[in-house]
Design a protein around this ligand. Structure first.
Ligand code: SF4
Ligand code: SF4
Length: 223
């Protein structure tokens, strides 16, 4: 599989990171196409023009959008009815491009220029206060979205992915440090006094620590 082809397929996708293609993000869909595992007609935001781009890059025939993945439609932009928002932050966690701002227990706002219309924030809102507006009139697919918007979305998604990766590494590191501290002086950190029980616990913590270190080592390098 050529990484150059993956790069070109990824660059041909709209970078909405909406997951409607069935993959976790645009890059994974590009990889699946390059590997021959996914068809070129699974991206509703790219629409017919998007399929033509992918067809050209893969030397395949243009085929209609697969309706199982959604319909080509006007670009959506979300907004929050702030009177109802309870500040739970679930939408912030769901947004792939960090387009929602707000802190715990305070109302949240969607920054319209950054919203890709992916709709991933809609299902997670517990009070259903996120709404959809039509942002492109009758224009659909790439006619409703520009290369510069796709570039911004990609940049924001990459930045967010790297931040989450760093946070995950830091969290795991903290757990490792705690486990190592406990191992160094287990009797001090346990209400058990029986040496046999302590030995068993030591072995369990040791094994868990080894697994955590292996997991941390297997986390992908940041882009
Ligand atoms: S605000 Fe909602 S629809 Fe817009 S990009 Fe974020 S998750 Fe997607
Ligand atoms: S998920 Fe809904 S209630 Fe929670 S912060 Fe977002 S908009 Fe507000």
């Amino acid at each position: 599989m050529s990484s150059d082809l993956i790069d070109r397929l990824d660059a041909a996708l709209p970078q909405t990171q909406c997951t409607r293609c069935g993959y976790p993000d645009c890059r994974h869909y590009a990889q699946a196409i390059a590997q021959g595992e996914a068809a070129i007609n699974q991206c509703p935001p790219g629409g017919t023009q998007g399929i033509a781009r992918l067809a050209q890059l893969t030397q395949q025939a243009v085929i209609p959008l697969n309706p199982d993945h959604g319909q080509e439609s006007a670009r959506a932009v979300m907004w929050i009815d702030e009177a109802w928002c309870i500040g739970c932050t679930l939408c912030v966690k769901a947004c792939p491009v960090d387009a929602i701002v707000g802190v715990n227990k305070r109302m949240h706002t969607i920054l319209e220029p950054w919203c890709t219309g992916c709709e991933l924030c809609l299902p997670v809102c517990p009070v259903d206060c996120i709404y959809t507006d039509n942002a492109s009139g009758s224009a659909t697919g790439w006619a409703a979205w520009s290369q510069s918007q796709a570039d911004v979305a990609k940049k924001r998604y990459t930045f967010r992915s790297n931040r989450l990766l760093i946070e995950k590494r830091e969290h795991q590191k903290k757990l490792e440090v705690k486990a190592e501290e406990k191992l160094r002086d287990l009797p001090q950190h346990s209400h058990h006094t029986d040496p046999e029980v302590l030995d068993k616990k030591r072995a369990i913590i040791d094994a868990a620590l080894a697994r955590a270190k292996a997991r941390n080592a297997s986390l992908p390098a940041k882009e």
